[in-house]
Design a protein around this ligand. Structure first.
Ligand code: ADP
Ligand code: MG
Length: 630
C-alpha cells in the first residue's frame, strides 16, 4: 500500500466530471440549467458532431460579471447557495457549483458573458482544467458557453461515446426535458447547419408538448389536476390508445425540474391497469409543485432522482387523481371518420392509426395462417388455427363453460383460405344448437381472418376481437369461481418440478395460498425448484411450468407488492388470457354463437383485461356518411 495523499484539484474535478458529465447531452443539460437559473427568456443550443465536437449554449440571462468569471469555472463555487440551510430549500436547478468546473476539466471551454450593468463583456477560456486570464470582449447581455472536443483528454470516456446520431438523440432529449419544464422560455436546437427545434416562448403547455411529442399525441391528452395540502399535481396523460413500449414518454417535473421516480411511475402504471396491454407504458406529462423543503434534491449527482418527504402520500395522490379521471371519462374506442370540412384535418389521428394498426395485424394474421401447418385438432373444435410444434394445443370447448355446446362437426376439413376463410355462423333457425340456447345471438356473425367476429347490432356494425371477448368471459367465470371457492384444480399424477430464480421461488412460495385459490398447487422441492402438484383445469393443455412462469412474472411485476386483491385480479387476468382462444384460431359456428351470446360482457366492460378494446363499433350513421348517403 502507498501512503495516503490528497488528490490534486484537477483529479478531483476529473472524478466529479465522471459522475456528472457522461456524454454531450450532460453538457447540454448543465449549460441549459445554468441559463434557466440565470433567468434567460431565450436559450439557443447548437451542437456539432453529435455534441462531441461542439456544444454551444447562448442565453439571454443575467450574465456573469467579469470579476466572477474565474470563480464560475472553479469547483465548489456557486451563487445559488448562501448558507447551509439553503441546501434544504433549493429553488434553482443547479446548486453544487461543480458543473462548469467538471466540464472545463474534460474539454476546451470558453465563456463569454456580459451583465446588464456592464458596458462590455468578458471572456475566459479553460483547456483541460487550465484557465486563461479573463479578457474583455464585445458581446450582448447574457452568456455564451462553448464546449469543444469533449473528453479530448480522457480517451477512455471518449471511447464510450456512441454514434453522432445516438449522441444527438440524447442531446435532443435533454433539450426536450428542459423545454417541457419551461414553456415560458424560447428554445432552439441546431445540429450542424440544421435547426431541429424552434419553440417560441410563452407557449401554452399543450402546444409545447405538441411541438416536441407530436400533434396527434397532444390532441388526445387528458388534463388532470389535484391539490393535496401543499402539493399540487397537474398535467396531461395520454388516452390509452396512445402508449409506448417503455417508460421514456413519462415526463415528471418537480418544481420545474425533470425527474425520474420509480414509485410515481408505478403509480402511473397502476392507474392505467386494465386500460393498456401488458408491456405497454402510459404516456404522461405531469407537474408536481410543492414547497422545496418537502423534497431533498441532493441525493443524485445529476439530480435526476430526488427524495420526497412523503412519498406514500404522493403515490396515492397520483393514483387517485388519475383513477378518478378515468372513471369519469369514456375511454371506449370508437371509429369515427374525420368530416371533410374538419379544419384540424387529422383530428383523430390516434384512432386512425389504431385502425390502421388493426388492419396491419389482420394482414399479419393472414400470413401467419398461411405459414401454419393445417394440423387436425385433437378433438376440440378450435383446431383449425392450431399452432405448430412447441405451442400449446388448442383448448377444449368446455373453456366456455357448460352453456357452450359440444361441437360435433369440426371444420378441420376446411383448410384455412386466407381472406376467404369467412365462417358464417348459422342463424338460430339453421341446424346446430337449439335456437333457444342463444336467445341473444344475432342472425349472422362472420369470422374474419380467424380473429375478428363481425356482427350487426342495433346501432350499426360491431367488430369483436375474439380473443379479447373470450378472455373477458373466462375472467368473469374464473372470478366467480374463485369467489365461491370452486376452481377445479387438476392434480398432476407426477408433480412437475420447475426451476426458478431465487427471487422468483421466494415470491411463489410467499403467495402459495393465493395461488391455491386459483387452483395452482405448489410445493417447495429444495433449492429454487418448485413442484407444481396441480393447476387449473381450465389450463389443462398448457405446460405446468409455463403456467407457473406466467404467474411469476405477474407476481414480480412492478416495484412494490400490490395488495392481495389486486394481485389475485392480476393473476385471474393472466390465466384468462392464457386460456382464451387466440387470434388465429378458427372457430366453429357454434363457438362463434356461444361467444356472441355473451357479448353483453362487452357492454359492461369495453376492454379485455389487458386493456385492449374488445369491440369496435361502426355506427350506421357513420357508414351512411362514408357512403355519402347523408
Ligand atoms: P451551479 O449551477 O451548481 O451553481 P455551475 O458550475 O453550473 O454551478 O455554475 C457556477 C456558477 O456560475 C453559477 O452558480 C452561476 O453563478 C454562474 N453561471 C454559470 N452559468 C451561467 C449562466 N449561463 N448565466 C449566468 N451565470 C452563470
Ligand atoms: Mg449549474
Amino acid at each position: 500500500m502507498r501512503k495516503i495523499q490528497r488528490l490534486s484539484p484537477s483529479l478531483i474535478n476529473k472524478i466529479a466530471a465522471g459522475e456528472v458529465i457522461e456524454r454531450p447531452a450532460s453538457v447540454v443539460k448543465e449549460l441549459m440549467e445554468n441559463a434557466v437559473d440565470a433567468g434567460a427568456t431565450r436559450i439557443d443550443v447548437r451542437v456539432e458532431g453529435g455534441g462531441a465536437e461542439l456544444v454551444r449554449v447562448v442565453d439571454s440571462g443575467g450574465g456573469i460579471a467579469a470579476d466572477e468569471l474565474m470563480l464560475a469555472v472553479a469547483s465548489h463555487a456557486t451563487s445559488k447557495l448562501a448558507e447551509a440551510d439553503d441546501l434544504f430549500r433549493v429553488a434553482t436547478l443547479g446548486f453544487r457549483g461543480e458543473a462548469l468546473a467538471s466540464i472545463a476539466e474534460v474539454s476546451r471551454l470558453t465563456i463569454r458573458s456580459r451583465t446588464a450593468d456592464s458596458a462590455s463583456g468578458a471572456e475566459i477560456e479553460v483547456v483541460g482544467g487550465t484557465a486563461s486570464e479573463v479578457s474583455p470582449c464585445g458581446c450582448p447581455v447574457g452568456t455564451t458557453v462553448e464546449v469543444r472536443n469533449l473528453f479530448f483528454n480522457t480517451p477512455v470516456r471518449r471511447k464510450f461515446l456512441r454514434s453522432k446520431q445516438t449522441e444527438l438523440g440524447h442531446t435532443s432529449e435533454a433539450v426536450t426535458r428542459i423545454a417541457l419544464a419551461r414553456p415560458d422560455v424560447h428554445f432552439t436546437l441546431g445540429h450542424n447547419q440544421r435547426q431541429t427545434l424552434d419553440l417560441p416562448g410563452g407557449q401554452d403547455w399543450r402546444a409545447r408538448i405538441a411541438a416536441v411529442a407530436g400533434r396527434s399525441l397532444a390532441e388526445g391528452l387528458i388534463w388532470v389536476e389535484s391539490e393535496h395540502g401543499d402539493v399540487q399535481l397537474s398535467g396531461y396523460v395520454a388516452h390509452p390508445s396512445h402508449s409506448r413500449g417503455n417508460s421514456r414518454m413519462q415526463y415528471l417535473f418537480l418544481n420545474g425540474r425533470y425527474i425520474r421516480d420509480r414509485a410515481l411511475q408505478h403509480a402511473l402504471s397502476e392507474a392505467y391497469r386494465g386500460l393498456l396491454l401488458t408491456g405497454r407504458y402510459p404516456i404522461a406529462f405531469l407537474r408536481l409543485d410543492m414547497p422545496p423543503e418537502l423534497v431533498d434534491v441532493n441525493v443524485h449527482p445529476t439530480k435526476l432522482e430526488v427524495r420526497f418527504q412523503n412519498a406514500d402520500r404522493l403515490y396515492s395522490q397520483l393514483l387517485s387523481t388519475l383513477r378518478a379521471k378515468f372513471l369519469s371519462a369514456d375511454l371506449t374506442a370508437r371509429v369515427e371518420s374525420v368530416p371533410d370540412d374538419d379544419p384540424a384535418g387529422a383530428h383523430d389521428e390516434g384512432q386512425t392509426a389504431q385502425v390502421r394498426q388493426q388492419v396491419v395485424d389482420w394482414a399479419k394474421g393472414e400470413i401467419a395462417s398461411w405459414e401454419r401447418p393445417s394440423t387436425g385438432g385433437a378433438g376440440g373444435a378450435t383446431s383449425a388455427g392450431s399452432a405448430g410444434a412447441g405451442q400449446p394445443a388448442p383448448l377444449e370447448l368446455t373453456r366456455l363453460g357448460r352453456a357452450w355446446p359440444p361441437a360435433e362437426d369440426t371444420p378441420d376439413d376446411q383448410p384455412p383460405t386466407g381472406s376467404h376463410a369467412a365462417a358464417w355462423a348459422r342463424g338460430p333457425h339453421a341446424t346446430g344448437p337449439a335456437p333457444e340456447a342463444f336467445p341473444d345471438a344475432p342472425l349472422k356473425a362472420m369470422q374474419v381472418h380467424n380473429r375478428y367476429l363481425v356482427t350487426e347490432t342495433e346501432e350499426g356494425v360491431m367488430v369483436i376481437d375474439q380473443h379479447a371477448l373470450h378472455e373477458r368471459i373466462l375472467y368473469e367465470q374464473l372470478r366467480a369461481r374463485v369467489t365461491s371457492g370452486a376452481v377445479e384444480s387438476q392434480r398432476l399424477l407426477v408433480p412437475e418440478p420447475v426451476d426458478l430464480s431465487p427471487a422468483e421461488a421466494a415470491a411463489v412460495l410467499e403467495h402459495q395460498e393465493l395461488l391455491a385459490k386459483l387452483g395452482v398447487r405448489i410445493e417447495p422441492f429444495g433449492g429454487d425448484t418448485i413442484l407444481v402438484a396441480g393447476y387449473p383445469a381450465m389450463l389443462a393443455n398448457m405446460n405446468p411450468g409455463e403456467v407457473l412462469r406466467g404467474l411469476v412474472d405477474r407476481l414480480l411485476a412492478g416495484g412494490r407488492l400490490p395488495d392481495q386483491r389486486d394481485l389475485l385480479d392480476d393473476l385471474l387476468h393472466t390465466i384468462a388470457c392464457k386460456a382464451a382462444i387466440k387470434a388465429g384460431d378458427r372457430l366453429a359456428p357454434e363457438e362463434i354463437e356461444a361467444l356472441l351470446a355473451r357479448r353483453h360482457l362487452i357492454d359492461d366492460a369495453h376492454h379485455c383485461p389487458h386493456g385492449r378494446p374488445t369491440a369496435v363499433i361502426f355506427s350506421r350513421e357513420e357508414l351512411d356518411r362514408q357512403f355519402k348517403r347523408v
